[in-house]
Ligand binder design. Structure first.
Ligand code: UDP
Length: 510
């Protein structure tokens, strides 16, 4: 009997996202990319996200010629939220109803780590994990990887430039003892670049008011120092050598493997279906957005302004009104995504209904989840007002769309500097303070719900006019954005930098 030689099996990756919507999206995409390179992948998730993860995998898999093309197993393990004092079914950080419950979420996630460890031990008998890629707060993953004798890579969700800034802050601690208004020098790239941030603009872990308990922050730092390497959703040509500088600063392997939103393989990436609601209602919203954009494209290409502040970002109602007034006074069509619309005060809801939903169809509001990647790639879209979350930033880069920047919190002020000051593809709205109650918005009746508007309508309008302007500066931004789009696409093509880094990751694990 003739024996067919067994092809060299590729290492088996276990991908464990930190359960937050905006981390799950790119980590599932990383799983899809590894699988497209021939590596078998298991993605471990809490039960309530399993179906949505599976649907994203199915779409990527369809882009690679169907399920025979790539091998991904989605495994749901119990997430003991209720045992840790969270509301029933609360299995993602962005579903936590109040910041007071953030420590409980970390406790539940620690228990989840025990379930993951037990599952990985079971896998040893038939599908040995060769490498773990773990979300930034899954600190227990390092212990699991050591027990399995497999390397462990961390995924932070930040870009390489922001990670480099964080590494500088962790090492040199220039923020310590500073007031929230004091400027801090973060010299991570050579001149002519200069980066100064008020302390209040730094990521959460560098603020005195951080909602993550101190012992958890220590665990996070220990985890990032212990791992074998860092996987970044970026590409080497984008961030001025930040990935190489990060490798030098940390002594770790740093692999930029993005933009991972292009993992669908085809010209158009799969719409993002990770949402709080049923996939069918997300599909309805998707169809509505794309039909509206198609109609706008028929009138004029690159004319639509897309406005969205991430998977959960909410602003206080008074601020939302200033933004709304600026948007409805624009001369170009606007597609505006609003999170937490059901918690807005009646007068704001009424204003929205009267001014956006009817009549001339110039401002379409999506109250919930929008198919962001498909929107940004639509030829009708010419600009993006963004909170500078790294996922949104890179999706905009991948689509060649210039941005107006309105950072809310986390590392978003760092990303703004990269977008505007380094890459030259953005206009800053000029926001100086983080937005209060990003997760809770108007629900927080006594706090962020009553907060005044820091950014006036005129200020927003000025930035948007510059962004959508047809003059020389606007043209220069569009040209740079188009160049970066081409580089982003090449990075993932055969032989490109991200393609090669995915191969390196696979070799590292082999
Ligand atoms: N997103 C989406 N539809 C929405 C809102 C967000 O598809 O209505 C996706 C977006 O494409 C991105 C992620 O959610 O992949 C948001 O991640 P980002 O890092 O920009 O912001 P965060 O949610 O962490 O603030």
């Amino acid at each position: 009997m003739e024996v067919t030689p067994c092809p060299n099996p590729k290492p088996h990756f276990v991908v464990i996202p930190w359960p937050v919507t905006s981390h799950m999206i790119p980590m599932v995409d990383i799983g899809c990319l590894l699988a497209a390179h021939g590596a078998p992948v298991t993605i471990i998730t809490p039960p309530s996200s399993a179906q949505l993860v599976q649907s994203r995998v199915d779409r990527a898999s369809a882009g690679h010629g169907g399920s025979a093309g790539i091998s991904i197993t989605v495994t749901a393990l119990p997430f003991p939220g209720a045992e840790a004092g969270l509301p029933e079914g609360c299995e993602r950080l962005d579903h936590v109803p109040s910041v007071d419950l953030v420590p409980n979420f970390f406790d539940a996630n620690a228990q989840f780590g025990d379930a993951v460890a037990r599952h990985c031990r079971r896998l040893l008998t038939h599908r040995r994990p060769s490498c773990i890629v773990a979300g930034m707060c899954n600190t227990w993953a390092h212990g699991v990887s050591r027990e399995l004798g497999a390397p462990c890579f961390i995924f932070h969700g930040f870009g390489a430039f922001a990670l480099l800034c964080c590494e500088y802050l962790n090492t040199h601690k220039p923020h310590e003892g500073k007031s929230l208004d004091e400027l801090i020098d973060v010299p991570v790239l050579p001149p002519p670049f200069e980066f100064k941030f008020a302390r209040r603009q730094l990521p959460l872990q560098f603020l005195p008011s951080c909602s993550i308990p101190e012992h958890r922050l220590r665990e996070l730092r220990e985890f990032e120092m212990a791992v074998d390497g860092i996987v970044v959703n970026s590409f080497e040509e984008l961030e001025h050598d930040s990935a190489a500088r990060l490798a030098a600063a940390t002594g770790k392997t740093v692999l930029a493997v993005g933009p991972v939103s292009l993992c669908g393989g085809g010209a158009r990436a799969p719409p993002s279906l990770l949402d709080f609601r049923a996939a069918s209602s997300v599909d309805d919203d998707s169809r509505r957005c794309v039909a509206w954009l198609d109609a706008k494209k028929a009138e004029s290409s690159s004319s639509v302004l897309y406005v969205s502040f991430g998977s959960a970002g909410r602003m206080p109602p008074a601020q939302l009104m200033q933004l709304g007034r600026a948007l409805v006074s624009c001369s170009w069509p606007v597609l505006w995504v609003i999170k937490g619309a059901d918690t807005l005060p009646d007068d704001v809801s009424e204003w929205l209904q009267c001014n956006t939903d009817g009549g001339d169809g110039q401002c379409l509001v999506v109250r919930g989840w929008a198919p962001q990647v498909a929107i940004l790639e639509h030829p009708a879209v010419g600009g993006f007002l963004t909170h500078c979350g790294w996922g949104s930033t890179l999706e905009s880069v991948a689509a060649g769309v210039p941005m107006a920047t309105w950072p809310f919190s986390a590392e978003q002020f760092l990303n703004e500097k990269l977008i505007v000051g380094v890459l030259g593809i953005g206009v800053s709205v000029g926001v100086t303070k983080p937005t209060e109650g990003v997760l809770t918005g108007a629900k927080d009746g006594g706090g962020a719900g009553k907060a005044k508007a820091d950014v006036a309508m005129e200020q927003v309008k000025r930035a948007l006019d510059m962004l959508m302007d047809g003059g020389a500066d606007g043209e220069a931004r569009r040209t740079k954005a188009t160049e970066l789009k081409a580089k982003a696409k090449s990075a993932l093509e055969h032989g490109g930098s991200s393609y090669m880094n995915l191969e390196k990751l696979i070799q590292f694990a082999a």
